[in-house]
Ligand binder design. Structure first.
Ligand SMILES: Cc1cc2nc3c(=O)[nH]c(=O)nc-3n(C[C@H](O)[C@H](O)[C@H](O)COP(=O)(O)OP(=O)(O)OC[C@H]3O[C@@H](n4cnc5c(N)ncnc54)[C@H](O)[C@@H]3O)c2cc1C
Length: 397
């Protein structure tokens, strides 16, 4: 995204641009995004939607692309955009539209696109860069004549030919640090036996605790799988799951009831449903599979009657439903992930994303240590980076 957008903006300003892409086609990842719908951005662009170690720099970068500028960019490509619950999508609801609009403009502008061109090293300095690249057969080639280079190699997530370094090897060769990370926006494997609830999808609040401290919470559709937990609220939290051994997730399966309201609701329910079984008692609050699972975790038999339980015992069951702990043992891999946490620290690029190690090299998008939430934040950041770098390369008007 960052590479194609920057190429278009530079070529429109009369710059001679070449795109080098390691895969056999450009923009393949875009087709996978947003479940094939491509969530390009969001109306809520608060910086808190991003994880980074340098919030001040991030805020400055985000300011390089206003809502108006973003809208103008898509409009200039002829792409109509629509909003769904704050998320921005192509009007056609198809990721292919986004890629087509970018590709057609790239063709129109006569931008040279070299595919199967895996860049492994960059040598030289501002105005005189040399690029070493390998083709699909592994044959190496060195090309000269590049004055400035935008590195838009993405992170480690998604589908690539093999788990290689993408652009991280190149920047490491230039002396850049790479903040260590992990896959994110990805399912989590848990140690609990999940077989009984696999396949359940339910609205829940999920909170991540690390070393005993609450890190972040998110509410949305939780998906329970054979292996563990998944779905948007879990994805959001995986961006912060750095210390898996000392972490736990707490799931509130009754997010519509506050802690204070619990005793009152429970009393009312017990009054009306005293003769039911515990399994039937929770019908209307929880899906049956979940009720059975959570009763088992609380050591209560499904056929027991609520009247046989003390108020304290009942409250304990409901508290288990609101504070159900899951122990993570592994994050999904990079292939399953939507993004990778980590990357080049923002302190190693200037306000226009130019490398402080090698002037003339710009580092963009997911290569940087900025990880957006689900909801269009990562593609938006890639576009912001393209605009930021291009504003730095082009002389000010
Ligand atoms: C399944 C999935 C769904 C997603 N859905 C969304 C969504 O709906 N909304 C959202 O905001 N984000 C989404 N993301 C995340 C988003 O796609 C990325 O964060 C974003 O594309 C990053 O943009 P980028 O320009 O930095 O890099 P990328 O878009 O990843 O592009 C990098 C390009 O560089 C090429 N490349 C890498 N290394 C080299 C090299 N050494 N030489 C030559 N070429 C190289 C790659 O092949 C690739 O084409 C999703 C990701 C995945 C995997």
């Amino acid at each position: 995204m960052a590479g194609m957008a920057a190429a278009i903006l530079l070529a429109e300003s009369g710059k001679h641009v070449v795109i080098l892409e390691r895969q056999e086609r450009i923009g393949k990842k875009i087709l996978l995004t947003g479940n094939g719908r491509c969530n390009i951005s969001n109306t809520d662009m608060d910086a808190s939607n991003y994880r980074t170690d340098d919030a001040v720099c991030l805020k400055r970068i985000l300011e390089h692309c206003t809502e108006k500028q973003e809208a103008a960019f898509w409009q200039s490509l002829g792409m109509a955009v629509r909003e769904v619950k704050g998320g921005l999508y192509p009007e056609t609801n198809q990721a292919a539209t986004v890629l087509d609009c970018l590709r057609f403009r790239i063709e129109e502008l006569g931008i040279r696109v070299c595919t199967d061109a895996y860049v492994t090293q960059i040598r030289g300095s501002l105005g005189h860069f040399m690029i070493c690249r390998k083709d699909a057969e592994g044959t190496e080639k060195t090309e000269e004549g590049y004055t400035q280079i935008l590195l838009c190699c993405g992170g480690l997530a998604g589908v690539y030919k093999e788990a290689e370094q993408n652009g991280f090897g190149i920047v490491r060769g230039m002396g850049h640090a790479i903040r260590k990370g992990h896959p994110a926006l990805v399912p989590v494997t848990c140690s609990e036996d999940m077989k009984a609830i696999a396949g359940v999808r339910t609205q829940a609040k999920v909170t991540l605790f690390q070393n005993g401290r609450e890190v972040l919470a998110d509410t949305g559709e939780l998906q329970l799988t054979k292996e563990g937990i998944s779905g948007i609220p879990v994805f959001q939290l995986t961006r912060y799951l750095d210390d898996i051994k000392n972490s736990r997730f707490e799931v509130d399966f009754l997010p519509f009831l506050t802690e204070e309201e619990l005793p009152k609701h429970l009393n009312e329910r017990t009054e009306r449903m005293r003769e039911r079984s515990m399994e039937q008692f929770f019908a209307g609050w929880l899906q049956k599979k979940l009720t059975l699972y959570l009763l088992k975790r609380s050591g209560i038999r499904a056929e027991q009657k609520p009247k046989a339980l003390s108020e304290k015992q009942l409250l304990r069951v409901v508290r288990e439903m609101k504070h159900c702990s899951f122990t993570p043992v592994a994050l999904g891999n990079y292939r399953q992930a939507q993004v990778s946490v980590g990357g080049v620290p923002l302190s190693e690029v200037d306000e226009h994303l130019q490398s402080v190690k090698v002037p003339g090299i710009y580092i963009t998008g997911e290569m940087l240590d900025v990880t957006g939430a689900c909801g269009g934040y990562n593609l938006h950041f890639a576009l912001v980076c393209a605009m930021t770098a291009v504003q730095g390369i082009l002389p000010s008007p």
